[in-house]
Design a protein around this ligand. Structure first.
Ligand SMILES: O=C(O)/C=C/C(=O)CC(=O)CC(=O)O
Ligand SMILES: [Ca+2]
Ligand SMILES: [Mg+2]
Length: 409
């Protein structure tokens, strides 16, 4: 892990120790009634309207912030990301432009946060060895838990970008076909095994051309940042439909992402070694140089209680390998492409990132809010929280993802 020099704190009240000081500075899109949505950065519990301060400060990229999505800023590339971060840090730590900044601050609770970027393609991976082994044991009890390809390539599937929603959006219980092994015929109806998947999402900033491969070393040139991600999953629909082409309607009804996108630069102190890929050794295009994993701590909150603490650093496949694999056939990526890490599960029972695993297929209920629980009930609210070491010596809080289950329609 990199050693860090403490950075100055912001003069914004409450920023110090909030997880949202100047060592973090995540971006989002906010709106107030009657106003057009614009790009903001978060400091403490305040949103700073970047469109206003950039125009007043005559920043030459100011037009990137007077936008309803982060896409134009994300496409602008690493030099603009770095100069913007340095400019914002100066505004929020120095006194010189405080008169300009203060009127552009608003409490997060006084604005509505929008989906921060227009999602291009959404791809979801399966990068946790512990999750993949647990699911394998439950879905395919008569086979080896990990299929032969699993340690040779990061397994993934294409999801549905049009149903990616921002944190706080309610999720209607999906209906679909399901067939329990004990039934002769499938039935149709509301999912009875509705679940969460605690994941991280990675967002592409700089596109690549068709025919070009993005190597693992080029990860930071293309990747803008990280969001919290809940890949809601209907296990009964999934278990019946997934053979042989993979998840389809069991996961396409909603995927929630955090309103705040943490730029990669805020994770400089979080890089850590992968758990190890020696047996088998991976092909050359998947090799990584140096620490490629991320030390991000996840919390799953159900019914107001933390029910799991999945550690992202235990993931087998790194984000750089997922991007390299996505483009190794010459497929291009676009600004706004989103890829999910796959469910984050650690080796311990209390580190599992899905209710499927926490309740072992519904057979071993766990407790939350003083009650026995298996899958999601109508009215349940689930929040995923994420923290990582910051470059200032403390921890940063990545954007949380929350969603409530509404009854099937
Ligand atoms: O092994 C299976 O059939 C199960 C696959 C998944 O649940 C896919 C998925 O969303 C992967 C993940 O989030 O890790
Ligand atoms: Ca998933
Ligand atoms: Mg999904």
């Amino acid at each position: 892990m990199t050693t860090t020099t403490p950075r100055p704190s912001s003069w914004v009240e409450g920023a110090t120790g909030s997880g949202f000081d100047v060592d973090h500075l995540p971006y989002g899109v906010f709106a107030r009634s009657g106003e057009r949505p614009r790009v903001a950065v978060r400091i403490g519990d305040q949103v700073l309207d970047l469109s206003v301060v950039a125009a007043a400060d005559m920043v030459d990229t100011h037009a990137l912030f007077d936008q309803p999505t982060l896409n134009p800023f994300m496409a602008a590339g690493p030099e603009v990301w770095a100069s913007t971060r340095a400019w914002i840090t100066g505004l929020l730590t120095g006194e010189a432009e405080r008169d300009l900044v203060e009127p552009a601050l608003a409490h997060v609770d006084s604005v509505t946060m929008r989906l921060p970027f227009t999602v291009g393609d959404y791809v979801d991976f399966y990068a946790s060895e512990h999750h993949a082994s647990n699911v394998g044991r439950m879905f395919r009890p008569d086979q080896e838990p990990l299929l032969p390809n699993w340690k040779n390539l990061p397994v993934g599937y294409h999801g549905r970008s049009g149903t990616v929603v921002v944190s706080g959006t309610d999720v209607v219980r999906p209906c679909g076909q399901r067939k329990a092994p004990t039934q002769d015929r499938p039935t149709y109806g509301p999912s009875q095994r509705l679940d969460i998947e605690a994941e991280l999402g990675f967002v592409v900033g700089v596109p690549s051309a068709m025919g070009e491969r993005v190597g693992t070393a080029d990860f930071a040139r293309h990747t803008f940042g990280v969001v919290g991600l809940n890949d809601w999953s209907a296990r009964d629909i999934q278990a019946w439909e997934y053979v042989p082409l993979g998840p389809f309607l069991g996961k396409s009804f909603a995927t929630s992402v955090s309103a705040w996108v943490t730029p990669l630069a805020a994770l400089d102190a979080a890089w850590t070694d992968l758990p190890g890929q020696e047996n088998p050794e991976v092909l050359d295009y998947l090799k990584v140089d140096g620490p490629a994993g991320l030390d991000i701590a996840v919390e799953v909150v159900l019914d107001g209680e933390v029910v799991a603490r999945p550690p992202y650093r235990t993931m087998y496949w790194s984000p750089a390998q997922m991007l390299a694999h996505t483009t190794v056939n010459g497929a291009s990526v676009r600004t706004g492409d989103l890829w999910g890490s796959g469910t984050v599960s650690g080796p311990e029972p209390g580190e599992r990132g899905s209710l499927l695993e926490l309740s072992w297929g519904g057979q071993e209920p766990f407790t939350a809010g003083g009650r026995e629980r298996t899958f999601l009930e109508d009215g349940d609210e689930v929040t995923l929280r994420y923290t990582a070491p910051g470059t200032g010596g403390g921890r940063i809080s990545l954007g949380e993802v929350t969603g409530r289950i509404l009854p099937a329609t």
